[in-house]
Ligand binder design. Structure first.
Ligand SMILES: Cc1ncc(COP(=O)(O)O)c(C=O)c1O
Length: 376
């Protein structure tokens, strides 16, 4: 029986919520968007937030609001999706890639410290796999060097650091509701702002840089262009789907966390025998089971296991091409040897299926195949 890598969570309310939304006008900021914003505000009580069309759009807004000057530098991990790097380039900054910690694949605070210069203005920690970065250390670094923290919490809904939801520990946080995420509306995101003033500016940015909110509050007789902006509001239909998914978040997170711990238990002997390194969950991190991965001892073992799983109809996937290795990274002047841990991770990391349809016995079967494949 085939075990897929992804299985989108289907809420019993998905269809009803979409059908009811279709009865409305689909106008931007309609009842579904307002209700989704209200419910998300409960999840993130210490932040000011709104839905966006994607996490990438939220990152672009956040970087725009950092007011970078040409040549200003932004530190971010190379082992990453291109969204944050694109946002830096669009805002006129220079992306400075940083290496990762091999335990978590998150930004290495010590390498980040080495990369800080007088031009550094922003740092973008990515909470890989929904496991928190070392935010205490990064916050100290940021404070000492006067940097703004923009958290890329794309994978992190339902996860926290020392009890604080990921996305709320920096000046900005950006979450994704892409179809691959724990809860999803196809394409969607969330921008979290620490300050109300920045949030208000960000809200203008999302509606073409206009004062549309003020107009709807009756503060002006028509709305107009007040700052550089874009069109990044979520559609009513996406908000409707999210409304159906949000009540299931706790249940989804519970199941995914259980599978994560099942994998850790079943694959522990492989780590002890030196075939692979398991993902580490630091004490400060409460993960959401978004991704489960292993790092094999070398590239050929990773390839062998990937093929073996596929032969057994189990979909496993590698992950990012580190940005410094990508054609765009090369154009920006980076070489493979600049960030050795990110390059090694590219070669050795393999993600295993994890979703709400995966059972404990699936995990046992997968672990058994991997174990046999390593020892044979
Ligand atoms: C770390 C990270 N950041 C940003 C994104 C982009 O999210 P979105 O597709 O919602 O723009 C992703 C997508 O998977 C991601 O993994």
């Amino acid at each position: 029986m085939k075990i897929p890598f992804y299985a989108r969570y289907r809420s019993p309310q998905d269809e009803e919520s979409l059908l009811s939304c279709l009865k409305g006008t689909l106008a931007t900021d309609g009842p579904c968007s307002k209700e989704a914003d209200r419910r998300l505000a409960h999840l993130y009580p210490d932040s000011f937030s709104f839905l966006t069309s994607s996490c990438s759009a939220a990152l672009e807004t956040a970087l725009e609001l950092c007011s970078l000057k040409p040549g200003d530098e932004v530190i971010l991990p190379s082992y990453n999706f291109p969204s944050a790097a694109n946002a830096v380039l669009r805002a006129g900054g220079v992306p400075v890639f940083c290496d990762i910690d091999p335990d978590t694949q998150n930004i290495s605070p010590s390498d980040a410290a080495l990369k800080i210069t007088s031009r550094t203005k922003v740092i973008i920690p990515v909470h890989y796999a929904g496991v928190a970065c070392h935010m205490d250390e990064l916050s100290c670094l940021a404070q000492e060097a006067g940097l703004t923290i923009v958290e890329d919490a794309a994978q992190a809904i339902g996860a926290s650091c020392n009890g604080y939801p990921l996305g709320t520990l920096g000046e900005f946080g950006c979450v994704s509701f892409h179809y691959t995420k724990n809860i999803s509306c196809g394409e969607g995101g969330l921008l979290l702002c620490r300050s109300k003033k920045t949030y208000e500016t960000a809200r203008c940015h999302r509606v073409h840089g206009t004062n549309r909110d003020a107009f709807f509050r009756g503060e002006c007789d028509r709305y107009t262009w007040v700052l550089p902006g874009s069109s990044t509001a979520a559609s009513e239909l996406c908000a409707a789907l999210l409304l159906a998914q949000l009540p299931c978040l706790e249940q989804i997170t519970r199941i995914r966390r259980k599978r994560l711990h099942d994998y850790l238990l079943a694959l522990k002997p492989l780590e002890q025998a030196g075939y692979a390194r398991l993902m580490t969950i630091p004490d400060y991190a409460w993960p959401n089971g978004h991704i489960f991965y292993l790092r094999f001892a070398d590239k050929s073992l990773r390839r062998h296991i990937e093929e073996l799983l596929l032969k057994n109809e189990i979909e496993a996937k590698t992950h990012y091409v580190p940005l410094h290795l990508s054609p765009m990274g090369r154009k920006l002047g980076w070489c493979p040897e600049d960030l050795p841990e990110s390059t090694a991770c590219y070669d050795t990391l393999l993600r295993l299926p994890i979703h709400t349809e995966l059972t404990g016995s699936h995990v046992e079967r997968i672990a058994e195949i991997i174990t046999k494949g390593c020892v044979s």
